[in-house]
Design a protein around this ligand. Structure first.
Ligand SMILES: Nc1ncnc2c1ncn2[C@@H]1O[C@H](COP(=O)(O)OP(=O)(O)O)[C@@H](O)[C@H]1O
Ligand SMILES: [Mg+2]
Length: 507
């Protein structure tokens, strides 16, 4: 797999490779330059001594090779030589000049010869070579010349008034350098390649623990931690505290322990609070019923009571009624919050809607209720009592928060995946815009509902919160769309079994 260009892994491998390749190039260049200098210096020395040998051979200071051919090997030159050149390595070129002008280097060619590669036979030189060699001045350091036979290094000596120029091939030095460069390219190139593969493998292996840490963090990041009971089972397996990555893993594990503890404490206190609200609501039911009963009883008293007392009794009665409704709603919400399992049965929504409309007719004769139902009955799996309450709450709102004469349409459709789509629409004044965004929150209610006079249906601000809680416990969704003259609540219910609100994520 080719790592992504920006991944840490790829960058590490590329960095190592680039550094190593730079080091290889530096080593290669340094070696080549050093060897080049060394070989050149050595060759220059040899050319100088070859020129000296040439001059001395010409002046009879060296024993002539037997038969004018062959001879003792020159230093570094191998066996070979001629009576003209003296002992020289094969390929050597020698020219004797007689200077014609004072101090001039060029002059008449007295003799010239090239020792062939076999080290014995000789040949004449082309005039271009003679002209080139005539430019080599005695006393100068050896220099490069280009002759017909290739690259040469030449040196000149003066002896007995004549100039002896000797040139030797530089081929051997170039060959050695070329071979060195070739070897360097192959060896260092191979080393770069092997290093690249090894670096990729090693970096990958070293990165694996980091990937495990990232995977754990990623899994935890996907857990819904905001509500319900949460088990944070994900942990980095056996982090090695000796390594940096291991320390990150250990720190992450410790953080998860901490978070898990905090979540458990949060869940614990939530549970206790819910139980308290449920218990309190439950405990309040009985005394409230008693208050209502006694108020009712007193109002029916035959003996005349003062008008003030009669009014007080009516207020006591209606406020107790309102408080009962509040307590019932609170109890229901507390139970829904606790994630108490819902009943699961086939619920005929069509029937349920028709019953609710019937009740609404009786409660609000001044409103028009229009069912908009399909011929086929629509059913879902769920808790019939709770779903009836959803429809009742929506219809109550459409009745109590709108003026008489308002038309309320209740629509029901089969959802695309076998679920159901329920809508309650009215052409009333609409939900006040300031509470519309949080209309499903607890105790969110319009100013008008707050100040509403005694009513058959007291306003608690919990009706829509209950709708939202029941629908979400069924795994459904609820939404509202409201403008003056058109308010629509839409409830989507899935066909399947209701889901529990307790969150538990095994990892
Ligand atoms: N159909 C509706 N038309 C106008 N206002 C509505 C409608 N339904 C709900 N509301 C507004 O939303 C508020 C919250 O509704 P709800 O939670 O049922 O509380 P409650 O009905 O007890 O006041 C209501 O007080 C009311 O102001
Ligand atoms: Mg309501």
């Amino acid at each position: 797999m080719i790592p992504r260009a920006r991944s840490l892994r790829a960058r590490l491998v590329v960095t190592v490779l680039v550094l190593f390749a730079l080091a290889c190039v530096a080593i290669g260049v340094a070696t080549t330059v050093a060897l080049d200098r060394f070989l050149n210096a050595r060759q220059e020395g040899e050319v100088v001594s070859s020129a000296d040998r040439f001059a001395r051979a010409q002046n009879g200071q060296l024993p002539r090779p037997p038969g004018g051919q062959g001879g003792p090997g020159g230093e570094g030159g191998g066996p070979g030589g001629s009576s003209f050149l003296g002992p020289q390595p094969p390929g050597s070129v020698g020219v004797v000049f007689a200077p014609d002008g004072p101090g001039g280097t060029s002059g008449t060619v007295v003799g010239a010869e090239r020792l062939e590669d076999d080290g014995a036979s000789t040949s004449a030189l082309p005039s271009s070579d003679l002209a080139e060699l005539a430019t080599v001045a005695p006393g100068d350091p050896p220099r490069h010349v280009e002759l017909a036979g290739g690259e040469y290094q030449a040196s000149a000596q003066v002896m007995n008034g004549r100039i002896y120029v000797l040139a030797r091939e530089t081929g051997p030095v170039s060959d050695v350098l070329a071979r060195l460069v070739l070897i360097e390219v192959i060896v260092l190139g191979g080393a770069v390649l092997v290093t690249g593969v090894a670096a990729a493998v090693l970096v990958r292996r070293e990165m694996r623990p980091l990937e495990r840490v990232a995977a754990v963090a990623g899994r935890v990041g996907q857990l819904p931690l905001d509500r319900g009971e949460v088990h944070l089972a994900a942990r980095v397996p056996d982090p090695d505290p000796g390594t940096e990555v291991g320390q990150v893993g250990t720190a992450l594990n410790r953080m998860l322990d901490n978070v898990e503890g905090a979540l458990a404490a949060r869940q614990d206190s939530e549970t206790r609070l819910r139980r308290f609200v449920a218990d309190a609501s439950h405990e309040l039911r009985t005394p409230l019923a008693a208050i209502r009963g006694y108020a009712e009883l007193s109002r029916r008293e035959r003996d005349p009571v003062p008008p003030g007392t009669a009014h007080a009794l009516t207020r006591i009665s209606s406020q107790a009624e309102r408080m009962s409704a509040l307590v019932e709603d609170l109890l229901l919400l507390a139970r829904l919050d606790a994630g108490r399992p819902l009943e699961r049965a086939d619920v005929d929504l069509t029937r349920l809607v028709l019953d609710a409309i019937g009740d609404a007719h009786v409660a609000g004769p001044g409103h028009r209720f229009i069912p908009d139902l399909p011929d086929e009955p629509v059913t879902v799996q769920g808790d019939a009592g709770r779903l009836a309450q959803v429809v009742a709450n929506l219809l109550t709102n459409a009745r109590t928060h709108t003026p008489e004469g308002t038309t309320v349409t209740v629509g029901l459709r089969s959802g695309p995946d076998g679920g159901a789509l329920l809508s309650v629409r009215d052409d009333g004044p609409g939900i006040p815009p300031e509470i519309l965004p949080r209309v499903f929150e607890r105790f969110a209610r319009g100013a008008e509902s707050r100040t509403r006079a005694a009513n058959d249906t007291p306003s608690t601000g919990l009706g829509l919160a209950i709708v939202a809680a029941v629908v979400s416990a069924h795994g459904g969704t609820v939404s509202v769309d409201s403008v003056p003259g058109r308010t629509t609540f839409t409830v989507g219910l899935p066909a399947g079994a209701p889901v529990s609100t307790t969150v538990s994520v095994p990892v």
